[in-house]
Design a protein around this ligand. Structure first.
Ligand code: PGA
Ligand code: ZN
Length: 418
């Protein structure tokens, strides 16, 4: 099926800022749309965003990116038979720079995601299925959701240094049940916050953002919610995205933690004692992106019992992921397509993860949209986990709801095959 047209569009993300959409029109009146998410706590080595600058829309407009899509990228592909892998390779040739300073990472990922959607559509395949086929991934399984319940750091209350508290349902039969038990706990947690006179306002990713005086309080509250919802404590784990780069002082090499300056060793001790006291299963960005050697130390001390996930440290980029492998710095990574700029590069990192048994956490961004690409990507690549926010705000729920549909679809397919 041939591409008839490729257009860029300015739309708005979940925080009301402009972002880039890309529409690919195929023959037979088929079309697809992708929408680029954006981060608030971004890693230093992420692909850059091309924004217009100037007065309009606080300088965040994307008209320059639209122009690049329509004048530089579209002419290469319009009239051609859709081939996502090959076209993505050509796209990368247009700007092979690590941080996509020529075309902009947002420009490239908008087109890249749309190419994969369009190719899947041309074959009448679901996107996750198409991705699984491209990667020769024979088994379709759904990721475990990491449900954002409390937001701190750059996403919420400034007094809580940890950016995200994540509820991890395990010991459940399937994704559908994982969502059900998590939704029950989420609502009980809301009730507990109200009872304690704490705020139930939502943070950037659809979790609550009350104020806490110490690090134990949010852990206690989550465990209380689990029990009050009628579940045993061993049905849930807790994950945290510390996003530690945000409170790291690169000169002093210390972390600002509830009014104290802590060394990396002391931070690791904090995590060790939290994991003794609570079912702390996963720590993302427990240390800063510059603090490589201490990541290795953290792995030595906690890596056998806790998922130590690198986000800002590796920015989904194969070069940094390879460094993490070499230094034994993490046992898992975050997968965020807009951190690198093309889906092919995400696939390179995925292959490396598979080779070295690194866990993968497919992830949304704090400024996201109704685009559910990340849900299909998580299934297609076989990610162990997905992180797509709390259970309020539809830009977060749309991903969970897409995964519920995929689970339903897969069970129908399995039945047919019986
Ligand atoms: P971001 O946050 O989208 O603001 O970067 C998500 C994360 O850090 O995982
Ligand atoms: Zn993160």
């Amino acid at each position: 099926m041939k591409i008839k047209n490729i257009l860029g569009r300015e739309v708005y993300d979940s925080q009301g800022f402009p972002t880039l959409a890309c529409d690919i029109f195929l023959e037979n009146n088929r079309y697809v749309t992708s929408i680029v998410p954006a981060g608030t706590s971004t890693g230093l080595f992420e692909a850059c965003e091309l924004r217009d600058g100037g007065e309009r829309l606080m300088g965040k407009g994307v008209k320059k990116a639209i122009k690049i899509i329509e004048t530089k990228i579209a002419p290469l592909f319009v009239g051609e038979e859709i081939d996502a892998v090959e076209m993505d390779r050509k796209l990368l040739e247009l700007d092979p720079s690590e941080q996509k300073n020529v075309l902009g990472g947002n420009t490239m990922i908008a087109v890249s995601m749309a190419l994969f959607k369009a190719h899947a559509k041309s074959l009448d395949l679901e996107l996750y299925d198409f991705i699984a086929r491209v990667l020769d991934n024979p088994t379709i399984s759904l990721p475990v959701p990491l449900i954002n319940v409390i937001n701190g750091g750059a996403h919420g209350d400034a007094r809580l240094p940890i950016q995200e508290f994540l509820l991890i349902p395990h010991g459940v039969e399937n994704f559908t049940q994982a969502m059900q038990v998590s939704a029950e706990v989420f609502h009980v947690l809301k009730g507990l916050l109200e009872k304690q006179g704490r705020s139930t306002a939502l943070g950037a990713e659809g979790g609550f953002m009350p104020t806490f005086e110490n690090i134990e309080q949010p852990f206690d509250l989550i465990m209380e919610a689990v029990t009050a919802a009628g579940y045993s404590k061993d049905m849930f784990g807790i994950g945290v995205d510390v996003a530690a780069t945000q409170f790291y002082d690169d000169k002093k090499k210390t972390y600002s933690w509830f009014g104290e300056n802590k060394t990396a060793e002391q931070m690791i001790d904090v995590y060790a004692s939290l994991s003794d006291k609570y079912p702390l299963l996963l720590i993302e960005d427990g240390l800063a992106e510059q603090d490589w050697d201490n990541w290795t130390l953290m792995m030595e001390q906690l890596g056998t019992s806790v998922y130590l996930i690198a986000d800002d440290l590796v920015v989904s980029n194969i070069y940094h992921v390879a460094k993490a492998v070499k230094k034994s710095a993490a046992n898992g990574i975050i997968i965020k397509p807009n951190q690198v700029g093309t889906i092919s590069q995400i696939f390179e990192s995925v292959m490396l993860c598979k080779e070295y048994d690194l866990n993968m956490v497919a992830s949304h961004r704090s400024r996201d949209s109704e685009d559910t690409f990340i849900a299909d990507l998580a299934v297609g690549i076989g990610a162990q986990f997905i992180k797509t926010g709390g259970l309020m705000r539809s830009e977060r729920l749309s991903k969970y709801n897409r995964l519920l549909f995929i689970e339903e679809l897969q069970s129908l397919i399995d039945l047919e095959e019986l």
